[in-house]
Design a protein around this ligand. Structure first.
Ligand SMILES: *Cc1c(COP(=O)(O)O)cnc(C)c1O
Length: 374
């Protein structure tokens, strides 16, 4: 049961922006390279089911998530497209993946041995992960590759359908390490092809590498952050190679408006004191929603103008200094556009010294997502 929305604080997800961002990527990619829509972590906080459906309607051919649970959620929503789980899944869960035609990532021989002793209703599809320098998960050496390919032989219930890697510095200013990783991948891929005769799809690119080197992406790109209209980093943004549309915006309404006098203080710890008579608005959002305390001093939009956040952000409420009196119920935009003004997620991320990815992920399920352009 979904409860009626009462508190006037909500996120709007512009699904047409997802379509725009997929089109913009398709225009850069060669025809043979397909798009995998990455919808892990509830679609980077945008809603995995809604984004997945829109992405598939807009030309993405498959989906990727981090957890098997996330893949099952998509299946339960009636999505039949291929899904790749990119994280490690406990071997005991492999039969669940096979049953729901969900592709798993593997890179450990012990894992393969354990899984190959299990019973499956359907063949289990696997993608092999190569660690070419990210240092997270994957096979790192030619010996390990040889061993795992050998172990894959005569396992009729298991089916190698893909091989991939992930870059550590594709979004940086200096691409030397990126190219080193790419060369290592090419070496390991040619070894694989010498030892394995089956057809495998190959994919290496996230948003940053796909935007920068679209011609080098093999069969698929794993399109995450930029599908949501956010740039992987400032250097990639400054290159202006692609025009993206931010899909996520965050809104609320003034719950209380008052005038305070010179010397009056606002919120815990009295970190803000008025220098003169000022109008103060209270917004019903706080760190309990993922609107973190570090955003103190950042701005929100009221009447299309920037108003500073004053005093400490509380668990459920945030105060702003207004330029004049506004009625209770006046719309406040915390991220996104209002009356021609815009607060970029990149800007909020930079203010709290993090990356754009983290901002919508932090804004939790206490904030309902409203979909536009579905
Ligand atoms: C999250 C993830 C991606 C998507 O990366 P973006 O930078 O968001 O495009 C691609 N590949 C892997 C393995 C990932 O974990």
């Amino acid at each position: 049961m979904t409860r009626a929305r009462i508190r006037p604080t909500w996120a709007e997800i512009d699904l047409d922006a997802i379509t725009h961002n997929i089109k913009a990527m398709h225009e850069r990619l060669p025809k043979k390279t397909k798009i995998v829509a990455v919808v892990k972590a509830n679609g980077y906080g945008h809603g995995s089911i809604q984004v997945a459906k829109k992405a598939l309607d807009s030309g993405a051919t498959s989906l990727a998530v981090a957890l098997l649970e996330e893949a099952l959620e998509l299946r339960e929503a009636g999505i039949n497209a291929p899904i790749l789980v990119m994280g490690w899944v406990p071997p005991e869960a492999a039969p669940i993946a096979a049953k729901h035609h969900i592709t798993l990532t593997f890179f450990q021989k012990d894992w393969l041995d354990q899984v190959s002793r299990m019973e499956f209703d359907e063949r289990l599809q696997l993608h092999l992960k190569l660690d070419t320098g990210m240092g997270r998960i994957g096979i790192r050496s030619s010996e390990a590759l040889r061993e795992i390919l050998y172990a894959l032989n005569d396992k009729p219930s298991i089916y190698l359908t893909g091989v991939y890697t992930h870059f550590a510095t594709a979004d940086g200013t200096n691409l030397t390490y990126f190219h080193k990783q790419k060369e290592q991948f090419e070496r390991m891929l040619s070894e694989l092809k010498e030892q394995w005769s089956g057809e495998v799809t190959v994919h290496i690119g996230n948003s940053a590498s796909a935007i920068r080197l679209p011609g080098d992406m093999y069969d698929f790109v794993r399109y995450g952050i930029s599908m949501y209209g956010l740039y992987p980093s400032q250097p990639v943004k400054e290159e202006q190679a692609i025009n993206l549309k931010q899909a996520f915006s965050l809104h609320s309404r003034l719950a209380h408006v008052k005038q305070i006098e010179a010397g009056d203080a606002i919120s815990y710890g009295l970190t803000y004191k008025a220098e003169k008579a000022e109008w103060i608005g209270t917004i019903p959002i706080g760190y309990g929603d993922g609107w973190i305390r570090k955003l103190q001093g950042f701005s929100v939009l009221v009447d299309g103008k920037r108003m500073p956040i004053v005093g400490r952000i509380c668990m459920d409420q945030t105060m702003v200094r207004l330029d004049q009196e506004y009625p209770v119920g006046t719309k406040v935009t915390l991220l996104g556009s209002q009356n021609g003004s815009f607060i970029n997620i990149d800007e909020a991320a930079a203010y709290v010294d993090t990356i754009s990815y983290e901002i919508p992920c932090l804004l939790n399920e206490r904030i309902p997502r409203i979909y536009k352009g579905g």
